[in-house]
Design a protein around this ligand. Structure first.
Ligand code: SF4
Length: 287
């Protein structure tokens, strides 16, 4: 038996050196975007391509072209919040009539992702007159589009913020910024979320961002492109991890259109659906 070594007592007045605390290995938090992309690649390989190809075959190829000037697009998109696109059109046309400008006529190229009839070809409103209009007057002007009392102050605050920061109302500078920087600039405006910002950037500059509205979210969750519990905010990031940058514009337009014409919230038309074979809503084991 080996003799026990007695611990040497510390000398009076000295302190025993502390044992070095062992550092716990720090665990890096898993990145949910990468995790979801790996899950899809492993268990549902090729799903994104399959969905985009099937929807393209059904609804046609979606070629990007600029839709409106970015300031007009931003104001129009704010007018669409919580209301149908046709109502936003009414409010926008009312702005043009009440606050006409001398600028060149703008041509609205709405495409199949837009739920309204398209704006007439006319100059955009005079943004300065909109910003400085008496609030009750502006509320009355946009009332035909609904939610006038909420949206009129939002429009004025948005225009004020752009003018104060940029010196005029142009948002063309956003096209020169990296995608996420441009999105951050827009979402720093009160009342502008990731969806509105992504619409403006994707439609005006072709920036590779995915705008997730209620149609895109519903269809994608049903198919299984997004996890069922993802919030709309998370969905914007998840799409950036699972789609090729060049596919984002088409994916947005095709999914939104599919949600409007076939994959309705109530009574979706599964029998007419081109992605039925891989949709988890009709077959929870679909790969
Ligand atoms: S199969 Fe049905 S639920 Fe799935 S995407 Fe098509 S319409 Fe929607």
């Amino acid at each position: 038996m080996s003799p026990r070594v007695a611990a040497t007592p510390a000398k009076a007045g000295t302190t025993r050196p502390k044992a070095t605390a062992r550092k716990k290995p720090t665990r890096r938090k898993p990145d949910p975007v990468r995790q979801w992309a790996s899950y899809l690649a492993r268990y549902r390989p090729g799903l994104q391509r399959y969905v985009l190809d099937a929807l393209t075959q059904t609804y046609g190829e979606q070629i990007w072209e600029p839709r409106l000037d970015p300031t007009s697009e931003l104001i129009l998109t704010i007018l669409t919040q919580n209301t149908a696109d046709v109502n936003a059109e009414k409010a926008y046309e009312a702005l043009r009539l009440a606050y006409p400008s001398e600028r060149e006529a703008e041509v609205h190229r709405p495409g199949i992702g837009w739920g309204g009839e398209g704006l007439s070809t006319a100059p955009p409103p005079d943004w300065s007159r909109v910003e400085f209009a008496p609030l009750p007057e502006l509320i009355d002007v946009i009332r035909p589009g609904g939610l006038g009392p909420q949206k009129a102050p939002r429009l004025q605050a948005t225009l004020r913020r752009i003018r104060e920061e940029r010196g005029d109302y142009s948002l063309l500078f956003l096209g020169d910024l990296p995608a996420l920087e441009a999105r951050d600039w827009l979402t720093s405006i009160d009342g502008v979320g990731k969806k509105t910002a992504s619409i403006v950037l994707a439609f005006c500059f072709g920036t590779p961002l995915m705008a997730v509205d209620r149609h895109v979210e519903r269809v994608s969750k049903r198919i299984g492109l997004l996890p069922a519990k993802a919030t709309a905010d998370q969905a914007h990031e998840l799409f950036l991890g699972i789609l090729e940058p060049d596919d984002m514009y088409a994916a947005h337009v095709l999914l939104i259109h599919h949600g409007r014409v076939i994959c309705h919230a109530q009574r979706p038309l599964h029998d007419l659906c081109p992605v039925r074979d891989r949709c988890r809503f009709v077959n929870p084991k679909a790969t």
